[in-house]
Design a protein around this ligand. Sequence first.
Ligand SMILES: C[S@@+](CC[C@H](N)C(=O)[O-])C[C@H]1O[C@@H](n2cnc3c(N)ncnc32)[C@H](O)[C@@H]1O
Length: 320
Amino acid sequence: MGFNWTAQLQKALERRYGLEPRLRDETQIGRYFAGRADGLDGVIVDAFGALVVLTIYNPAIVADAEQFLKGTQNLFGAGRFVIGKIRSSGGGFLYLDPCGVLGKKWIAQEDDCLFETRADDKNDFGLFPDARAARLALRPLVAPESVVLNLFSYTCGFAVVAQKQGAKASINVDANPEMLTWGKRNADLNGVDFSVVPELAQKYLARLERRVEEGKLVCPDIWVCDPPAFGVGRGPQRVLKHFWDAFWGSVERLSPRALVILRNDRTGYREGHTLARELDALLGGSYDLRGCSFADCPSLCYEVPDAFYKLNESLVLLRR
Ligand SMILES: C[S@@+](CC[C@H](N)C(=O)[O-])C[C@H]1O[C@@H](n2cnc3c(N)ncnc32)[C@H](O)[C@@H]1O
């Protein structure tokens, strides 16, 4: 291996600790190495409290994965458990588990919110660290009477934040009931509660529109929407790029007060075709658009695009 991974990771950790001191705390959830921005394309290190995940997307590094794992383990120390998530040539991921922790659970925290993190080779680890800017952006939108709709909720991270912030209620919609059970565990850990709906987001939105129209439901005032590029369902339903047309139709008709939008599936944004520009054209001036500020999470503010990994684009929309 020609590349000195340990030295590069050490440098990244020191930079992180300077930028965002909370990351020194071994219980925190965060991103510690961010691909090209830290000097190596397609390599990500995230920590979820005791669990540390080294993800390798770059095929040129795969052969050295074991050594990268050892170097990562040495730097993080004996109290942490490092697993490898390696992109395989077939498109899936292969997991390396030198500490034998797959299947184990821990409690970790992001800021003042607790999350159950799991070494799970099917459902990831319980929170996506790169969405922290969006979770922080949600906080000031929440008012005591707020009802937050969290679409594609996964383990209900946004709802935990909303309820801790004092929202009246949150509704989490996810197609996978297991994720919602995990989300309820997160609610318990934080002493809050919210509702969960195991359903396709597309179906839920259609039903919400009907019920609001019939006067049976008050429309949630804040919507969070964070779909994966490919969801569950068949044909066009699986390709969530097609979901957005229906979504913006519902936004137009129901007109929520505020939205937090995360997108992982757009191309061309690096050439100036930004999400803000796209939505400005689409929404015809009915919403003010704001980027999620990275001021409070400078460790995630990496401008240099990685060759293998794309950071989500996130925006806050406020009804005019
Ligand atoms: C990218 S994660 C969402 C991340 C999440 N918002 C968070 O805060 O961590 C993807 C989630 O979307 C769910 N999902 C996929 N397709 C779906 C669909 N059509 N409707 C609802 N949920 C879906 C998956 O079960 C998974 O939990």
